[in-house]
Structure formats: structure tokens, C-alpha cells
Design a protein around this ligand. Structure first.
Ligand code: SF4
Length: 352
């Protein structure tokens, strides 16, 4: 599909946003992500999907590019209702342009002409009805960056919460206080990427490290459940020093925040044969996480290959509590949110 035609289709699935203010001469400033773009009339923000027409900011609304029932372990949330399903939906666009993106077909829309994906118009009521009919206890905004489509997520989540459904974001963490305040009443769970501990690397991806660190601290202070993910990309973020810095930071916020260190495989612009994460690198990252004091560190994307690092152990008595392989829960011995053996409380959301 020609890019211009696709842009017009997307422009038809919008409404006036809430996360913006008018500035000078019909310019607007958007607050949906950490970029806080100042956008002149007729132009769009860095994400390409929020645009200014005549001094009003129009934002994505009323469609999905994908919707599926995923294991909650795939998000990944390992301390939320183990073994349950999360109804997952995504839109198009991203505020970053990572060369290793594993969702680039949806995330790089209107930025990379090869990134073309179909969309389906849908109402928030229909999405919630799907979750109810499939008995999914969680709805997740994922597949592209949810911050940039926050008005649509909030529309869905307001309705979902009326039915006691938990709501979640799978986000790169490029937040700011305005969007996080806006989301606070409506989003229960956050998966946040900590892609690196170097601003130089974040500059290559199109972001600011400090925004991500501040987002993690902000969400924790407000009592949100967070799990942090670091995709270990060889040569980019896998040095002992950088892994130690990331683990230390998470631990300084709370040692109870789970840290997922996950394996990269060839994708998007990083597609050389050697572009994958060796098993040993994941194990080393997990060991560093535990050495720095984190209570729960998990390896991902190499099922069954990383010793016991996919499992949850009690951090008080070391009892095996949840045994996993990949996204599959083999056994779960957490009872009433506590270790079955020593009764220590295990942080997470174990019931709705
Ligand atoms: S969501 Fe972020 S990148 Fe997109 S227009 Fe708003 S501030 Fe800019």
C-alpha cells in the first residue's frame, strides 16, 4: 500500500487527544511521551501518528493492528496471575527507532516504508467483550509503544475496570509526569524496558535514559506493579559494568522488582548471523542481577537452556515456588501470595 494512502487510512482512525496543550500560533505541545514534541500546524510528532490540524492534536483511536490472547508470561509478567491469559492489543507507531526492534512492522509505521501492517476498526466495548468472552483477567496494550496511544488505552481500560479486569502497559518507559498522572487511575501493571544504562546508546534508539529511570521510580512510588526487561544485545549492553549499573539501579528502587534479561535474535536492521544472545550471556546477566541484590531475576527467550533462571524461588527460604519453561507454568506453589514453606510474602498480584 502506498505510504500516502496508508497515512490517510490512519488519519481516519483518530480523535482529538487529551494529552496536549495549545502553545503559540496554533502550535501544540504533546505530553504522551518523554519527547514532549512541539508540533506546528500540519505536522506530526516524532512518533508520526499524532498530528496537529489547525491547532488541535489528533491521536490514534478506534482501531487495532493486532489483537490476541497471549500467556501473561509472554508480556512478560511473572508475578501476575501465573498461567493466565492477557488479551493483548496493539496499534501502530513508536517514539523510538531501535535497529533491533522485534515488532518493527508495527512500530516503524510511517517511518520505514517497509513497515506496513493492516488495521481493524474496533470499539472499546468490543475489545472488553472479547476479554470477557475469553475469560481473560488482564488486558494489555502492547506490540507498539502504548504511551503514544494512551487516550485509546484509557478508553478501553476505563470500561475494563468496571468488570474487574486488570490493565497493563508493555512500554519502553519514555514517560513524563503528565502522561503518568493521566494513566495512574487506569493502568495497574507496567512492563518497562531498560534497554541500556548509557545515554549514548539511548540516543541511537531515539530516547533519554533519564526519562526511563524517572518513569520506573515514579511508578514504583505510586504503588504500581512493575517488571523491568532488558533485551541483552551483544556488544550494546552486555558488559559486566553496564549490567551491574542496571541491576544496581533497579535494586535501589526496590529489590522486589523482577528483572527479565532476555535473548535477542536477528531482526530488523540487525540481521547478521552472529546477531543473537549466547546462553552464557543471559546466565551471566542473571548472576549479576542476583549478586547486586535483586530478589527475582529471570532469563527469557531461551526456554530450558538457562539452568533454573526461569523459575521463581522464595527469597527468604529458597523454596522453588513457580517452575516455568518459556511461557509455560509447570507448577505453582504460591498460596495466598506467600511461600508455601516459610509463609514469606511474595511480591506481585496473585489474585484479582
Ligand atoms: S507521543 Fe511522543 S513522539 Fe508522539 S507526538 Fe507526542 S510527544 Fe511526540
Amino acid at each position: 500500500m502506498a505510504e500516502v494512502a496508508f497515512k490517510e487510512i490512519l488519519a481516519g482512525c483518530t480523535k482529538e487527544g487529551e494529552l496536549y496543550s495549545r502553545i503559540k500560533e496554533n502550535w501544540v505541545q504533546c505530553f504522551a511521551c518523554g519527547h514532549k514534541c512541539k508540533i506546528p500546524p500540519g505536522k506530526e510528532g516524532i512518533c508520526k501518528v499524532r498530528f496537529n490540524i489547525g491547532g488541535k492534536l489528533f491521536v490514534p483511536f478506534g482501531y487495532v493492528s493486532g489483537i490476541a490472547l497471549d500467556p501473561i508470561e509472554k508480556k512478560p509478567f511473572f508475578h501476575v496471575l501465573p498461567g493466565s491469559a492477557a488479551l493483548s492489543f496493539g496499534m501502530l507507531g513508536c517514539d523510538y527507532h531501535c535497529s533491533f526492534c522485534q515488532n518493527w512492522i508495527t512500530s516503524q509505521t510511517l517511518r520505514d516504508p517497509r513497515a506496513v501492517s493492516s488495521i481493524e476498526k474496533i470499539s472499546s466495548e468490543e475489545i472488553v467483550n472479547i476479554a470477557l468472552s475469553k475469560k481473560a483477567p488482564v488486558i494489555t496494550s502492547t506490540y507498539n509503544e502504548p504511551l503514544i496511544t494512551s487516550e485509546w488505552s484509557v478508553e478501553i481500560f476505563k470500561r475494563a475496570k468496571g468488570y474487574g479486569i486488570l490493565t497493563s502497559y508493555v512500554s519502553n518507559g519514555n514517560g513524563n509526569p503528565q502522561v503518568l498522572d493521566y494513566l495512574e487511575p487506569w493502568v495497574d501493571l507496567f512492563k518497562i524496558d531498560l534497554k541500556s544504562y548509557s545515554q549514548k546508546t539511548y540516543s541511537q534508539l531515539g530516547g533519554l535514559l533519564q526519562n526511563v529511570l524517572d518513569t520506573i521510580k515514579y511508578l514504583h512510588l505510586r504503588g504500581k506493579w512493575i517488571e523491568v526487561v532488558t533485551l541483552i544485545v551483544p556488544g550494546m549492553n552486555d558488559s559486566d559494568e553496564e549490567l551491574t549499573d542496571m541491576a544496581k539501579f533497579i535494586c535501589s528502587v526496590s529489590p522486589d522488582i523482577p528483572w527479565h534479561v532476555t535473548a535477542y535474535h536477528q531482526d530488523y536492521k540487525m540481521n547478521a548471523k552472529e546477531d543473537f544472545t549466547p546462553t552464557a550471556a543471559l546466565i551471566r546477566a542473571a548472576e549479576i542481577g542476583y549478586k547486586e541484590g535483586l530478589h527475582y531475576v529471570y532469563t527469557g527467550n531461551l526456554p530450558g537452556q538457562t539452568r533454573n533462571y526461569e523459575n521463581t524461588y522464595c527469597c527468604s527460604c529458597n523454596e522453588l515456588l513457580i517452575q516455568r519453561q518459556g511461557f509455560r507454568v509447570i507448577s505453582n506453589k504460591i498460596s495466598d501470595g506467600r511461600c508455601v514453606r516459610c509463609r514469606a510474602e511474595i511480591p506481585g498480584k496473585w489474585r484479582i
